[in-house]
Design a binder for this molecule. Structure first.
Ligand code: HDE
Length: 692
């Protein structure tokens, strides 16, 4: 219902349904008192159940304006989806500045300490569905000086250096054009073919094959502005800046097998988790940190900070936290807000400016262009989710879907006829005073862009041994889907330039008889000191906040144990989900009934961070004949999760082949169970799978 003032309803006041036979028509109607349903022109509708016919069994009539309006609107409900980042989840929140950058910029959002700026965030998958993929991390700040969009990803680097390669990259990663699949995952032969011929992608490939591409939830990801931007002070002098979003609880990922199973069991798991944590008041939070460096400092780096395939190691330029963001409101309407939100890296405010990063430069015109198509015309900035929350005025006019009614005869500037009309403002946006290079025009890249392997090596060698094994396993998984042998071999050749051991592991996992030749690097590969900040294991905070523990119960389970587990988990900040063979619940040992939150077959353990088995021996024995129950336990073990159990649960542990050992602990020792539930049991991994 979109009208402002509801009208009194002609419908009956009774809330029940009634059978009416007015005018020979017989059907069931709902009673109750409601505002009148109208057409989009405001005409009240007396019958929304039947289309107009010349006789009860006659054809439809073209004059039925009510039917035609309703169906035509329906037919136009979908708008073109985003060519990349089509699937996304959004949320409202606020950004609060804690440290002023007044020395570097005149942007109010970065200088007024304590100031709270409304924001809208949208997280997305670039190409595929909820499984393994780079995630988009797009932020719109509704500042007092206009909207500032920081449209980044959950990885600090990108596949390509120059925007001219973006359509090729995306065509290669999306479904193959002749067969139309894979639809919800990245393509194999085409993607790896392109990558094998694009060595600059190697660093991002390391990130994309790491656990970062398998986030546990959207609030467990880091965000990065990726490009180097500029902060500009009142004199026009500028400083380079890189933006980082750090989740308050650290970065957490799933295992590959877990992500694959979770995508099947609950393709909405990531959106649902964000929704549920906001609804529960357990708001996701991030710190905003910056890396600041001068152009002179940048000259001394071994790489060029204008190259988006490179990061600036934290050991070189430390991160400074300047504020935090909390997401505390789910959108009222998915389409109106999350779907219609239009982010654009060119949306900056006075005091923030672009660098000459050739990837960023190519993005600047692209977003407005795509939005003109996607949102149907030049007035999409008037859609509530896109409109600035500060005053805005200019002389742009007309166009599709103009919602404003400008007054007066003046639609130009300057004018003496309209003395109150908008004019340029001294405090308005001014580009950074950057002297132009004295190079020669041409299609060239700076020399320092040529090193494609050193930072890939830095990333790989900075990981823990578990994470290195995951990268190798992910490469084996992906390349095993590539049907073209020379493409597989070419990738392994590149890996040799990154790390010989990684190449050997992947070659072994693929069953290659010998190591392919490595291509000759365009620039020498250098060894950076390892950067522990690039790991995820060890960088997450051990906490139960935001964690879900699945407790499996069956007939005869002990109610006191169940209550004790619930109490301990909830007081540590976690949430219990009771899973039973039937949603109606179970009869506990003391004869009381307990309902379940999830039915076993539809609630596998991939939905949880840890599980507890609170079972009578009879209950556990009956569950040994349920494949879903055995999988519940076996998968939790295979996914390195803590498993709590009471004495009765032993038959199910045995059926699942789960030995008692680290992370498989009695719920009699709740502190030990909670401690193991806060982390994964990494040392268990060699017990459960052969990694390359
Ligand atoms: Fe985007 N990108 N992109 N991109 N991008 C879009 O804009 C584009 C790039 C990113 O939640 C599109 O409105 C080009 C890098 C995010 O709505 C499109 C190039 C990074 C989102 C577009 C890039 C991103 C987009 C699709 C290379 C990380 C989703 C629909 C020159 C820093 C925003 C739309 C949302 C969306 C173009 C590269 C991040 C087509 C041409 C690098 C998070 O305009």
């Amino acid at each position: 219902m979109s009208t402002a003032a509801p009208r009194p309803s002609p419908a009956s006041a009774s809330p029940s349904t009634e059978i009416r036979g007015a005018g020979g028509e017989l059907h069931q109607r709902c009673g109750g008192s409601h505002p009148a349903l109208t057409t989009n022109q405001g005409t009240p509708v007396a019958d929304d159940q039947n289309s107009l016919r010349p006789s009860p069994r006659g054809p439809g009539l073209l004059e039925d304006f009510i039917l035609r309006e309703k169906i035509t609107h329906f037919d136009h409900e979908r708008i073109p989806e985003r060519i990349v980042h089509a699937r996304g989840s959004g949320a409202h929140g606020t950004f609060t500045l804690t440290k002023s950058l007044a020395k570097y910029t005149r942007a109010a959002v970065l200088t007024e300490v304590g100031k709270t700026t409304p924001v809208f965030a949208r997280f997305s998958t670039v190409a595929g569905g909820a499984g393994s993929d780079v995630r988009g991390f797009a932020m719109k700040f509704y500042t007092t000086q206009g909207n500032w969009d920081l449209v980044g990803n959950n990885m600090p680097v990108f596949f390509i250096q120059d925007a001219i390669k973006f359509p090729d990259l995306i065509h290669a990663v999306k479904m193959e054009p002749d067969r139309g699949f894979p639809q919800a995952a990245s393509a194999h032969d085409t993607f790896w073919d392109f990558i094998s011929l694009t060595p600059e992608s190697m660093h991002t490939i390391m990130w994309a094959m790491s656990d970062r591409a398998l986030p546990r939830s959207l609030h467990d990801i880091e965000g990065f502005g990726v490009h180097t931007f500029r902060l500009v002070d009142t004199e026009g002098a500028s400083t380079f800046v890189k933006f980082h979003w750090r989740p308050k609880r650290g970065v957490h990922s799933t295992l590959w097998d877990e992500a694959v199973k979770r995508a099947g069991a609950d393709p909405d798991s990531q959106r649902r988790a964000l929704f549920e944590s906001i609804q529960a008041g357990d708001y996701p939070e991030w710190d905003l940190a910056v890396q600041l460096f001068t152009e002179a400092q940048a000259e001394g780096f071994a790489f060029d900070p204008l190259d988006a395939t490179k990061l600036v190691p934290e050991e070189l330029v430390p991160l400074e936290v300047i504020g935090h963001m909390v997401l505390d409101r789910w959108p009222d309407n998915f389409f109106a807000e999350t779907e219609q939100v239009a982010f654009c890296p060119a949306n900056v405010v006075p005091g923030i400016d672009f660098s000459n990063d050739p990837l960023l430069q190519g993005r600047l015109p692209s977003y407005l262009d795509t939005q003109l198509l996607r949102l149907g015309g030049p007035n999409f900035h008037q859609i509530p989710i896109n409109a600035p929350k500060c005053p805005f005025a200019n002389h742009q006019r007309d166009g599709h879907m103009q919602m404003q009614v400008p007054k007066g005869r003046v639609a130009y500037e300057p004018s003496s006829l309209d003395r109150g009309g908008p004019r340029e403002a001294a405090e308005g946006f001014a580009s950074a005073a950057v002297p132009a290079d004295d190079g020669v025009k041409g299609r060239v890249r700076p020399e320092r862009f040529a090193d494609h392997y050193s930072q890939a090596r830095l990333f790989y060698r900075s990981q823990t041994t578990y994470e290195q094994a995951h990268i190798a396993a992910a490469l084996v998984f992906e390349l095993s889907k590539v049907e073209t042998p020379h493409v597989r071999a070419a990738i392994v050749g590149h890996l040799r330039n990154i790390d010989e051991d990684l190449a050997t592991r992947v070659a072994g996992g693929l069953g290659l008889e010998s190591l392919p030749d490595a291509p000759r690097p365009a620039a020498p590969v250098v060894d950076y000191p390892p950067s522990p900040a690039l790991r995820t294991i060890g960088n997450g905070k051990p906490t139960l906040h935001g964690r879900r523990i699945g407790v499996l119960v069956a007939e005869g389970s002990d109610g006191d144990t169940l209550d004790a587990v619930r109490q301990a988990v909830e007081s540590a900040g976690g949430r219990i989900v009771v899973v039973a063979p039937k949603l109606g619940g179970v009869t506990l040992a003391d004869g009381a009934r307990r309902t379940a939150d999830g039915q076993l077959a539809g609630t596998p353990s991939v939905a949880f961070d840890a599980i507890a088995l609170v079972l009578s021996s009879d209950g556990a024995r009956s569950l040994t004949r349920e494949a879903a129950a055995v999988d519940f336990v076996r998968d939790a073990f295979g996914h390195l999760k803590a498993i709590g159990f009471d004495a009765g649960a032993q038959p199910l542990l045995t059926a699942a082949g789960v030995p008692i050992g680290p992370g498989v602990v009695s719920v009699g020792d709740l502190p030990a169970f909670l401690a193991s539930a806060m982390t994964r049991q990494w040392d268990r991994e060699k017990q459960v799978r052969t990694l390359p």
